[in-house]
Design a binder for this molecule. Structure first.
Ligand SMILES: NC(=O)c1ccc[n+]([C@@H]2O[C@H](COP(=O)([O-])OP(=O)(O)OC[C@H]3O[C@@H](n4cnc5c(N)ncnc54)[C@H](OP(=O)(O)O)[C@@H]3O)[C@@H](O)[C@H]2O)c1
Length: 332
């Protein structure tokens, strides 16, 4: 698989990563099976997918434990990125960016992951009660201590921007500029997909100008862009898509032209090429330092998604995708 570099430290990873969240968190927990997930992670590593994206809160903790079982055997094949700063409470998810907590969280992640170093340690969310420089300073000390190789910041679920009259992700960029004063950011993780392209406006250009890598979260539109989800089929109550405005039967039907457009492009590239692969190839085409982290817990999806690294979209393909209608149904 093509390799890509992340951040000033030029850490190398396979061009397509693996989002491990669906194995233990979000989506329907009743459909999560450990053995199948383990096979999926091995299948990814076998195909040159090296970046495994997890977080302490996925599960909570069980996702890191699962990845740890793989790392114990195949540490050299993997680039492990995990996250700290969010805690799953009884009622709510809460942020904790206190320096002492972050250091303890890192030690616990290292234990669960069965490794002595985390390749990319990401702040999942800044804690509004703690100046972000303090949290980032503690994370930088983890690099100095050799427990972590590089630092990243997540901006998923941040929807500040146009409504306030600014550019999308302006608040994130301000936060990034603050933490850059303390220690270099190696990667930003934010949503980027054919139906959520907002990061292209200012956030990705900010990263490009500074040599900061970009991990594209939810590159398949939570599965919608693959064309395998049928409007009206419904989601189990514990699946967040059951409450997502873009996943009502009405909005899924209204957004079908997006899937149809991806299928048209796929068809031109020959038999076996899928809408999911076109969606990922579109993300890959945005910048040579973008690494999509499609979430999957099934081996067949992992194999298909890895194949997207070989797909080269033509200028005509890219123009056709750019001309697709914007997605209907939003959080705003
Ligand atoms: N930093 C953050 O706050 C944050 C937030 C959200 C996500 N993320 C990261 O981004 C990753 C990806 O996000 P995501 O998993 O929510 O969304 P996604 O990658 O857009 O979509 C994942 C969904 O698509 C399905 N799928 C994957 N490949 C497929 C294929 N080729 N054909 C058909 N269906 C396919 C998966 O099914 P199965 O599950 O059945 O395999 C899963 O339901 C996460 O795993 C996580 O690492 C980070």
């Amino acid at each position: 698989m093509e390799r890509r570099t992340i951040g000033a430290a030029a850490l190398e990873v396979g061009a397509v990563g693996l989002g491990c969240m669906p194995m233990s968190w979000a989506y329907s927990t009743s459909r999560q099976r450990g053995a199948e997930s383990l096979r999926a992670v091995h299948a990814a590593l076998d195909r040159g997918v090296s970046l495994l994206d997890t977080a302490d809160m996925y599960g909570p903790f069980t996702n890191e434990l699962l990845i740890g079982r793989v790392l114990r055997e195949r540490r050299a094949d993997a680039f492990v990125s995990t996250k700290c700063g969010l805690l799953v409470g009884e009622q709510h998810i809460v942020a904790n960016g206190r320096p002492g907590y972050v250091k303890r969280a890192c030690d616990a992640s290292l234990r669960r992951l069965q490794t002595d170093v985390i390749d990319l340690y990401q702040l999942h969310r800044a804690d509004p009660e703690v100046p972000v420089e303090e949290t980032w300073g503690a994370m930088a000390e983890l690099v100095t201590a050799g427990k972590v190789r590089s630092l990243g910041l997540c901006a998923v679920g941040v929807r500040a921007g146009r409504r306030a009259g600014g550019r999308q992700y302006d608040a994130t960029i301000r936060q990034l500029e603050r933490v850059q004063q303390v220690f270099p950011v190696s990667a930003v993780q934010a949503e980027l997909s054919v139906w959520s392209p907002e990061a292209l406006e200012a956030l990705l250009p900010w990263c490009r100008a500074r040599g900061v890598g970009f991990l594209a979260a939810m590159p398949l539109g939570n599965g919608f862009l693959t064309g395998t989800l049928r409007p009206g089929e419904g989601f189990e109550p514990d699946d967040p898509r059951a409450r997502h405005p873009r996943f009502t039967a009405e909005m899924m039907a209204a957004n079908q032209p997006i899937v149809a457009g991806l299928r048209r492009v796929a068809h031109r590239h020959g038999e076996g090429v899928t809408a999911a692969q076109v969606a990922l190839a579109w993300v890959l085409a945005q910048d040579p330092h973008v690494v999509p982290v499609p979430g999957a817990k099934q081996e067949r999806w992992v194999a298909e998604n890895a194949g997207a690294a070989r797909l080269r979209l033509t200028p005509q393909d890219l123009a056709e995708v750019a001309a697709l209608p914007p997605a209907l149904g939003s959080w705003d």
